[in-house]
Design a protein around this ligand. Structure first.
Ligand SMILES: [Zn+2]
Length: 347
């Protein structure tokens, strides 16, 4: 495995206990979200539909590329963007459709940085996957992606007894999705909520700063899992096992767990499958970076392994800077946004 990438040991961790880990992350996110509601900075669907909000609430947007105050025209644009999402996504989203509607940047990150996605547990038609984190946040090695196969119940109760065929039909049927990373939470969970394919807690706050155009649907972790669902392999076996339990009409036993040994076996075979392709891609990226900017080769090729000390330790806005940079904002725009955010917090 190339330098700068997490080894499977780092991110897979212990499968046993990973459900508790997933729950802890989920609860922390919910707590943070509830705390945010007391700060009147969230723009709700109601605000957008009504076309007004309290005059003492200064709301900002980056629609148009620069951070500024929201106008009535923006509300109309937001309303239009919501309508587009609703028009495009009604009737459920399959793994293929989620990939098709995602942003190019997330698809690229999924194929470059997320080497493995392993189904670790299931309850009826809801399957939890662990993926490697992709190395953008220090200390975070893995993420939990949860997928509900919406046709599970109807497949389980159908007279057709071929569980493998049923599993394959499920792979191509509509899903509900969730990932516990920040990219999904802050960019896409609102889109998935209004599109009717967000699993779990629904997000009602319009992403006016991060994704006012409502582009894309999934983070790199989710997209890697969608790829896994689309192409089959371990997930087909996993779903077939679930189907067998479902068809036996034993509701209490309609749960599956992947043992540590099985999980490691799956990740090993995935690593084998992706490593050649992966090595070629990394090599090409390094070459390209070397040509474009000889001094920055290491940073560009590996993303997170900059030679400099971690700036986040001293700069409280490093995370925001990094995020805005990834959104394609210029340095001047980023500084303006941070200044505005400091001012807003001071109020
Ligand atoms: Zn994610």
């Amino acid at each position: 495995m190339a330098e700068g990438y997490e080894s499977p040991k780092d991110w897979l961790g212990q499968v046993k206990g990973s459900a508790a880990d997933a729950k802890k992350i989920h609860d922390a996110a919910n707590k943070q979200r509830r705390a945010a509601e007391t700060i009147p900075k969230i723009l709700s669907v109601k605000d957008i539909q009504n076309g007004k909000w309290d005059a003492d609430r200064t709301l900002m947007t980056t629609l148009g590329g620069v951070l500024r105050e929201i106008t009535q025209e923006d509300l109309k644009a937001f309303k239009e963007n919501i309508k587009t999402v609703k028009d495009n996504f009604t009737g459920g989203m399959t793994a293929q459709q989620i990939i098709n509607h995602s942003q190019q940047i997330d698809r690229e990150r999924a194929s470059k940085q997320i080497t493995m996605a392993t189904p670790v547990s299931a309850s009826k038609g809801t399957v939890r996957f662990i993926t490697n984190a992709g190395g953008e946040t220090k200390g975070v090695h893995r993420h939990h992606v949860t997928v509900e196969f919406l046709r599970y119940e109807s497949e389980a109760s159908s007279a057709d007894t071929n569980k493998k065929q049923a599993a394959n039909r499920l792979r191509n049927s509509p899903l509900k999705i969730d990932c516990d990373c920040g990219r999904f939470r802050f960019w896409y969970s609102y889109i998935a909520s209004i599109g009717g394919f967000k699993l779990g807690t629904q997000e009602s706050g319009f992403p006016k700063i991060r994704n006012a155009k409502l582009n894309g649907v999934g983070c790199k972790h989710l997209l890697r899992v969608m790829q896994e669902i689309r192409t089959g392999g371990a997930i087909t076996m996993f779903l077939a096992k679930q189907m067998e339990k479902g068809k036996a009409h034993d509701e209490n036993k309609a749960a599956s767990y992947t043992s540590q040994k099985e999980a490691e076996k799956i990740t090993k075979s995935q690593a084998k499958r992706t490593s050649d392709k992966h090595a070629v891609k990394i090599k090409a990226a390094i070459e390209k970076a070397r040509k474009e900017n000889p001094k920055e080769t290491k940073k560009k090729a590996y993303g997170t392994k900059a030679a400099k000390p971690n700036p986040r330790a001293t700069d409280p806005h490093a995370q925001m800077r990094l995020m805005l940079k990834q959104m394609g904002q210029t340095d001047a725009q980023i500084e303006a946004m941070i200044a505005a955010s400091i001012a807003a917090q001071g109020k």
